[in-house]
Design a protein around this ligand. Structure first.
Ligand SMILES: [Zn+2]
Length: 160
């Protein structure tokens, strides 16, 4: 007679739940964008595009009743959608970029920024959107290429 398998049970237990802890979740959003940098002496001074990836990290102290920081679907619905509607397949340009009037005249979809549209500043832009939507966002990394990425995170205690 085979021995019955012992039931598997891995209780975290009240101690684990009560222990103060931070939990992080991360969501990736892929999108394409064009840009160029003003006053820059390098390849990125010419109009060109990237297959970008925003890596969005959210953090809470403890979990909600479902055992989550936030539903991944909610992150996608809020930030993923914002990126899709506002950044994907658009030209991100400094508002002083002399090519802007011409692109506008041609009806090209452009996004203007008051800073150079670097990976750092695009990461900050996405962070600000997440924060304005009330998400517990702590960090955004923007992958500009498969070997180059920039991360924005507000300094601790200074808010965002
Ligand atoms: Zn570039």
């Amino acid at each position: 007679m085979p021995t019955p398998m012992a039931p598997l049970d891995f209780p975290l237990g009240p101690t684990a739940e009560a222990a103060p802890a931070f939990y992080r979740v991360t969501k990736e959003v892929h999108f394409c964008y064009g840009h160029r940098l003003l006053n820059y002496d390098g390849k990125c001074r010419n109009l060109h595009g990237h297959n970008g990836k925003a890596v969005i990290t959210l953090e809470t102290r403890g979990l909600d009743a479902l055992g989550m920081v936030i539903d991944f679907g909610d992150v996608k619905r809020v930030i993923g959608r914002w990126i899709d509607e506002n950044l994907d397949h658009r030209m991100l340009l400094h508002r002083d970029d002399p090519v802007l009037p011409e692109l506008r005249r041609l009806g090209e979809p452009v996004v203007t920024m008051d800073v150079n549209p670097t990976a750092e500043n695009i990461a900050r832009l996405i962070y600000a959107q997440g924060q304005s939507h009330g998400l517990p966002i702590v960090e955004v990394t923007l992958w500009e290429a498969e070997n180059s990425y920039a991360t924005y995170r507000p300094a601790a205690g200074e808010g965002g």
